[in-house]
Design a protein around this ligand. Sequence first.
Ligand SMILES: CC(C)(COP(=O)(O)OP(=O)(O)OC[C@H]1O[C@@H](n2cnc3c(N)ncnc32)[C@H](O)[C@@H]1OP(=O)(O)O)[C@@H](O)C(=O)NCCC(=O)NCCS
Length: 149
Amino acid sequence: MGQPEPHDLHLRAARLADAERLVELTTQLGYPAELSAIRRALTERAHMDCAVLVLERHGEVLGYADVGVVHTLHASPRGELFGLVVDERQRSAGLGARLVAAAEDWTRARGLTTLRVRSNVIRGRARAFYERLGYRTVKSQHVFERPLE
Ligand SMILES: CC(C)(COP(=O)(O)OP(=O)(O)OC[C@H]1O[C@@H](n2cnc3c(N)ncnc32)[C@H](O)[C@@H]1OP(=O)(O)O)[C@@H](O)C(=O)NCCC(=O)NCCS
């Protein structure tokens, strides 16, 4: 996928066998996750236009990018980065940038020209990270939600 990897890094799509590690990383992202839910998501998403891309070294998954295509009536389809996390012991070594590049390659390979990411305003450092990679704020939103009985 795109640019060559440093020899010990390997980029691939997540497998069901990664589920336990993805639970740990998702929890580090701030969303405590259940193993069963991660397993179900990996299985269901196999039929959708989305992917969980993982970066591993010597068999250990160090981070992931969760990317997919978003379709709406009012705009052309685009890629969206739903989640991005690098193991907290492995940060600031360029792995996050590598995962974003992989998500961009994945999006481009589908003929799409835009990748969007929504980042919670509490993640101040993430903002600097995306801006360094050329991402610019295009709008700010309120996010509404209501539990449905
Ligand atoms: C944001 C994140 C994916 C970047 O991964 P990374 O491998 O550290 O990224 P890179 O090495 O390519 O770039 C490092 C830069 O990311 C930024 N950064 C953002 N959050 C950071 C964090 N929690 N720790 C370290 N660096 C962070 C800094 O600008 C850092 O630059 P510096 O090393 O000069 O301080 C990673 O820090 C992470 O998983 N953070 C927690 C989850 C998160 O915020 N995800 C984004 C959600 S939208």
